[in-house]
Design a protein around this ligand. Structure first.
Ligand SMILES: [Zn+2]
Length: 231
């Protein structure tokens, strides 16, 4: 069985711009991957109405996921109103039990965006519920082996990456997938995501002596090395 990675993001843009290359590289290395967006990010355009923009976002996410050989999944909480509650925790828990990921990548908590903060909390609780045998759901318990937090300019407070992943083999494909979103090209009037995240991949690559790379922050609980000898 190939190992599976699940990216859980508040908005499709976060999923693909900040987690997409990681998922693509995992697939390139022989694994499987899926993207779960908790909202469609439908309120992210100044002139296109949320209903229409949400459908554009969904279509772009499906196309981008397919381009990377991954699956696109959605929970349609309203953009800007993703709730940090048990209903959401169990919804993500059920996705985890169905998808059975070995690795999850999601938002770091140090974000100014409440949807991102809440996604961090939801994923933390969902992983706990998913692995709890004594928590009866439709599907049996599943333990997620590793949790990583993505390098996102909106989640930068106290973000301390400790892992660098070479994404050189999938860089072009990842850029093509991101370019399926109008937001990537700066059309939503926000920052130039394309320049920022492509430059970030170059910068992380320079520091790690790869051509292109992404930095990830591991969950503090998985940083302990168990050893019987220091040699
Ligand atoms: Zn976002």
């Amino acid at each position: 069985m190939p190992t599976k990675i699940l990216a859980v993001a508040a908005h499709p843009g976060d999923a693909f711009f900040t987690m997409g290359a990681t998922v693509a590289q995992h697939i390139h290395n022989g694994g499987a991957g899926a993207f779960l967006s908790l909202s469609l990010g439908e309120r992210g355009h100044r002139t296109i109405a949320p209903k229409e923009y949400g459908e554009m976002q969904r279509a772009a996410a499906e196309k981008a996921a397919k381009h990377l050989g991954a699956e696109a999944l959605f929970l349609t909480y309203p953009d800007a109103e993703i709730p940090a509650n048990d209903e959401a925790n169990f919804a993500v828990c059920d996705v985890i039990r169905r998808q059975k990921p070995d690795v999850i990548v999601t938002h770091w908590s140090g974000s100014w965006h409440k949807d991102h903060q809440n996604t961090f909390l939801i994923v933390r609780d969902a992983i706990f519920y998913a692995g709890l045998d004594a928590m009866p759901r439709k599907l049996p318990a599943h333990n997620v082996g590793k949790l990583f937090f993505a390098d996102n300019w909106e989640d930068a407070t106290n973000y301390q990456p400790d892992t660098v992943l070479d994404i050189t083999p999938v860089y072009d494909k990842w850029v093509e997938a991101c370019a399926m979103f109008p937001m990537w090209r700066g059309e939503t009037g926000l920052i130039r995501y394309n320049d920022y995240y492509q430059s970030l991949a170059v910068m992380r690559g320079c520091l790690s002596r790869f051509r292109y790379a992404v930095a990830l922050m591991s969950d503090p609980s998985q940083r302990t090395t168990r050893t019987k000898s220091l040699e």
